[in-house]
Design a binder for this molecule. Structure first.
Ligand SMILES: Cc1cc2nc3c(=O)[nH]c(=O)nc-3n(C[C@H](O)[C@H](O)[C@H](O)COP(=O)(O)OP(=O)(O)OC[C@H]3O[C@@H](n4cnc5c(N)ncnc54)[C@H](O)[C@@H]3O)c2cc1C
Ligand code: FES
Length: 289
């Protein structure tokens, strides 16, 4: 007997403009249309997708699971997780900033305008701003900056001041400076090439910001060294913080337990799923990697 079609489940991803049969659901599968896919520097690319309005519910720190096209004709097994870089609700677009690492992101780098790109999400728990925070400090490195960048959008919407410390190997790979500054954030760039990214120097910058009353909360992603520094200063000055963790993922929604990491809560070690319980966690509970 042929199986009856169910009105409880959709069997195809939603395209921009489609009627959403389940507007109340949190997560969906969407066929975005590539608007542009440009290199931003020698290592990173920026893809802009026109998406169904449901996908625009994504907020800072959440991710999508991307069905990357094949770079070579062979199968690319499983989706790849990627933080949302920017949500432009007026234009109906979501954006990702990515580094070409392996076959998935190499396939992504080959996307052209008007191509379809299948994304599932928004997934996970993102950043949250407390109403009492007036000034926050964002400290990121490498691709971690892609994850932190939308915080500037969230902060701007809530009238919160942002100081973003952007750490990179050299000036050619500093990222997201324009995005942060365009939304009113103050940026400080620190580099390996002139040793300004050394922990002692970043610590001095953070201590100065604390003394100036510009650090009601800390946010970080992309470096274990910087996480440990912020944890130490957060404890010393009683400053709360959040960290976005990265972990290899398979399902992306909590079913497979591949993405477990250790956290320390009230002196006890516990395991949590980065995809579902995070990827954003209380900074003081994270055990560095
Ligand atoms: C929550 C989250 C948010 C992320 N956001 C971004 C982002 O905004 N921009 C971006 O460029 N990358 C981001 N990543 C990393 C991205 O998922 C990996 O670069 C991607 O999966 C690599 O796939 P690939 O097929 O190109 O490479 P693969 O051949 O699968 O792997 C290449 C290299 O990337 C590492 N890698 C693979 N999967 C992951 C993973 N899930 N997390 C970390 N490293 C991985 C592998 O260990 C290997 O060293 C994020 C990862 C997570 C978990
Ligand atoms: S990736 Fe499957 S539980 Fe997190």
């Amino acid at each position: 007997m042929p199986s009856a079609s169910s009105d409880k489940y959709t069997n195809s991803a939603l395209r921009p403009g489609d009627v959403d049969p389940y507007p109340q659901r949190v997560v969906g599968e969407f066929l975005g249309t590539v608007v542009s896919n440009h290199s931003v520097n020698e290592e990173y690319k920026h893809v802009v997708l026109k998406v169904h309005e449901h996908a625009l519910k994504a907020y800072a720190g959440q991710m999508f699971h991307l069905l990357c096209p094949s770079p070579d004709g062979a199968e690319v097994w499983m989706r790849r997780p990627m933080s949302v870089y920017r949500v432009d609700r007026e234009a109906g677009q979501v954006e990702f900033l990515y580094k070409t690492e392996g076959r998935g992101t190499r396939g992504m780098a080959m996307l052209d305008p008007a191509d379809d790109f299948n994304i599932a999400g928004p997934l996970g728990v993102g950043f949250k701003l407390q109403p009492s925070w007036k000034n926050i400090v964002v400290l990121g490195r490498g691709v971690g900056l892609a994850t932190l960048a939308p915080l500037s959008q969230l902060a701007a919407e809530q009238g919160v001041g942002v100081t973003a410390i952007l750490s990179a190997r050299h000036p050619g790979v500093v990222m997201s400076k324009e995005l942060f500054e365009g939304l009113g954030a103050r940026t400080i760039t620190v580099l390996d090439s002139d040793n300004s990214s050394a922990v002692e120097n970043v610590e001095k910058i953070l201590e100065d910001l604390i003394a100036q009353g510009r650090a009601d909360a800390f946010f970080t992603c992309g470096s274990s060294r910087l996480l440990k520094l912020m944890q130490r200063l957060g404890k010393k000055h009683n400053i709360p913080g959040q960290v976005a963790m990265e972990q290899i993922m398979v399902c992306g929604f909590g079913a497979c337990y591949v993405c477990m990491r250790t956290f320390e809560i009230d002196g006890k070690r516990v395991l949590k799923r980065v995809c579902r319980d995070g990827p954003v966690f209380n900074m003081q509970e994270a055990v560095g990697w």
